[in-house]
Design a protein around this ligand. Structure first.
Ligand code: ADP
Ligand code: MG
Length: 261
């Protein structure tokens, strides 16, 4: 059996000297070339687990392995896109995309060709020479996605990447992510609290319980029969969609009601 891109082995993460258990004895494997969504109410540990996978933090107990090797810190095999815009304001779009590759020591000509490829993929080729201040929120987030992809990570980690965008821009971005997944063949882990977004983008949804964060459900999106849909509305008439959505809303309600206020 080949090793999993990410295996989370009995991981706990505590904060505040152990009084806050963000993740409690969690185990899961991320599957190659699949989109796995982490979903759950606010504060259930989704970002924490993603940061552990990125190597930005370390488990209190247990371990996380990438292809069988314990994660020791951030690496070029794992690229993360955050909710907040992270472009450098003094660099143009194309320079922002090239920047990460420059740090990796990619040749100048390769930087240019990869930057152009990914700017096209995120529909920003016409804005290559614009500065971040001249771009909308959605465009800035597309710059961040292009920059991360240009560094050629095997694993793309997305933490609520559209959380700051309005509804219409969000579904345009979601459809763009489908295009990217189809053309770039990446393994993706997406953190979201948005049920419809998770169903649309994911092949598998891991539902987290709230404090301590544990796996409440591990759901395969079998009703999509392995297909990915370029248009979000095409999912709505699939048999199985409504049941999945209802199930996730019910789980979300249970977790929110269980909250100690
Ligand atoms: P989510 O992304 O699901 O909303 P987080 O992973 O950000 O949740 O947080 C899980 C829990 O851990 C929350 O209660 C949060 O306040 C706590 N937490 C996260 N990071 C820290 C930190 N650096 N110090 C203290 N508590 C933290
Ligand atoms: Mg979060």
């Amino acid at each position: 059996m080949t090793e999993s891109p990410i295996s989370v082995e009995r991981v706990s993460k505590e904060y505040l000297g152990g009084s806050l258990i963000a993740l409690d004895d969690m185990s899961l494997n991320i599957e190659e070339n699949k989109v796995t969504a982490f979903i759950g109410p606010s504060g259930c540990g989704k970002t924490t687990l993603l940061r552990l996978i990125a190597g930005l933090e370390f488990p209190s107990r247990g371990q996380i392995k990438s292809y069988g090797l314990t994660i020791q810190g951030p690496g070029p095999d794992r690229g993360m896109v955050f909710q907040a815009y992270t472009s450098f304001p003094w660099l143009t779009t194309i320079r922002n995309v090239e920047h990460g590759m420059q740090i990796q020591g990619v040749s100048r000509s390769e930087q240019k060709s990869r930057a152009n490829h990914f700017l096209k993929l995120v529909h920003l080729e016409e804005f290559a020479n614009a500065y971040p201040s001249e771009l909308s929120g959605g465009m800035k987030q597309r710059v961040a996605i292009a920059r991360t992809l240009a560094q050629n990570p095997q694993l793309l980690l997305l933490d609520e990447p559209f959380g700051a965008l309005d509804a219409q821009v969000t579904w345009e971005m979601e459809e763009m992510v489908i295009e990217i997944i189809e053309s770039e063949n990446k393994t993706v882990v997406l953190v979201t609290h948005d049920i419809q977004e998770a169903i649309y983008l994911a092949d598998r949804i891991i539902f987290f319980t709230r404090q301590p964060g544990k796996i409440k459900a591990d759901l395969s999106m079998d009703f999509k029969k392995g297909k990915r849909f370029p248009r979000k509305e095409d999912l709505l008439s699939l048999s199985g969609y409504v049941d999945m959505e209802k199930n996730l809303y019910q789980m979300m309600r249970e977790e929110i009601q269980g909250k100690i206020s």
